[in-house]
Design a protein around this ligand. Sequence first.
Ligand code: SAM
Length: 258
Amino acid sequence: MLGQNFLHDANTIRRIVRTAEVRPDDVVVEVGPGLGSLTLGLLPAVSRVVAVEIDPRLAARLPVTVADRLPAVADRLDVVAADALRVTGIPGPPPTALVANLPYNVAVPVLLHLLELLPTLRRALVLVQAEVAERLAAAPGTPAYGVPSVKAAWYGEVRRAGAVGRRVFWPEPNVDSGLVALVRRPPPQGDRAATFAVVDAAFATRRKSLRAALARWAGSPAAAEARLRAAGIDPAVRGEQLSVADFARLAATPPVQA
Ligand code: SAM
């Protein structure tokens, strides 16, 4: 399942490049360049594109396509033939932006992995399944708010940046798509891994109060309640009410001695 639905609409590609707000000095990471239509749109607008592509045939073909279509800027391209979920670094100067039509089955883990791996990324614009776009950009207390929303909010301000129809892809996917923009800001105070562990626990049983949902994480329902109260959080509310700052504060609150 490589999620190979390729963009073929020039207007959509121009729109993505414009919405990404990339500048001539940007170093862009693109995940899943595929046949290169978005890569060709990005290259004239930025200083460098590092394209990470898992499919070795597509990765091998991309430099040929670019040399053929845009020889004047072909030296701005670097191709990494790899699984974006497994990359441990990006060659060359520190990347400043992520712009990608992501493979939909791994969109959220790829986005989170790269935001964590590459702290120099100051913004991201990604094309994902519409439902995933809604989840990533959801605010606390709304139905779509969940693990992807909180974890993305750890890294920055996230907003939906427009809907994209099915006809601009070949082959046409059977889902609608949407753009999501993230602008990095400093994360909340606290430890990321510890915060993400509470987030996972809080949403594992979505319909339960935090007192019940966090019982195993804290040791018991009573321990969860004491720790929630110590963090200034009502133990009767559900995880979907908490912001990322609330989760970070809860993770940083030491266990309360009985
Ligand atoms: N960007 C191209 C476009 O818009 O036409 C193609 C996008 S297509 C939705 C997803 C691309 O990601 C495919 O080229 C696929 O081979 C690649 N891909 C899938 N899983 C990947 C992964 N884990 N790491 C890197 N690339 C991946």
